[in-house]
Design a protein around this ligand. Structure first.
Ligand code: HEM
Length: 166
């Protein structure tokens, strides 16, 4: 009798633990999931890249100033052959990896640190905010919710000091 009570107690304990464990493993969708996984993040990044390319709102286009070396390498200068046609593609893929990792997804970013990547560009706070507006426009056209946008800005805004002023 004593033994069977003990057994029942153990069994109940195991079931209880099992169900708690089950609850824990039924993971909430991460920001990565909510953004539509790699495909969704790729659409957001492609929108950002297109918006940055089309940006003309600022005097002497801030975007054009910082991106000129890259665009020259991709397009070639004065009819010369491009020196690095895949450079924009690499930036795009790196950015997808970076966001895919930072939002809790399975991607791994292997690019430069933000400080190293932007050193020498002397990016200003207002250029950063123009860039951020282009990101916002892409998030809006991809129907990202206000909550998910806020969560993404927490990630992006943490990089501000590494990107700006170097
Ligand atoms: C939080 C904001 C930003 C993030 C997360 C970000 C992300 C990145 C990443 C992942 C790279 C590639 C690094 C590598 O090659 O390994 C990069 C490079 C670059 N970023 Fe940013 N960036 C940000 C802000 C900006 C801003 C504000 C500008 C300009 C106004 C800018 C202009 C560039 C340029 C021109 C490159 C170099 C591309 C090349 O030379 O191939 N970035 N950025």
């Amino acid at each position: 009798m004593k033994n069977s009570l003990l057994l029942a107690g153990l069994l109940a304990g195991t079931l209880l633990l099992g169900s708690c464990g089950g609850k824990e493993t039924a993971a909430e969708p991460t920001l990565y999931d909510r953004l539509g996984k790699t495909e969704g993040i790729a659409r957001i990044v492609d929108g950002l890249v297109a918006n940055v390319g089309a940006e003309t709102a600022t005097t002497n286009s801030a975007m054009l100033r910082t991106h000129k070396p890259m665009l020259d390498a991709v397009n070639g200068v004065n009819g010369q052959a491009p020196t690095d046609p895949m450079r924009l593609q690499r930036l795009r893929n790196n950015f997808i990896d970076q966001l895919g990792e930072a939002t809790g997804g399975p991607l791994a970013y292997n690019g430069l640190s933000m400080l190293t990547a932007h050193r020498g560009m002397n990016i200003t706070a207002s250029e950063f905010s123009v860039w951020r507006n282009q990101l916002e426009a892409s998030l809006n056209s991809n129907n990202v919710s206000a909550t998910d946008k806020a969560a993404l800005y927490v990630i992006v805004d943490k990089m501000h000091d590494d990107v700006v002023g170097h």
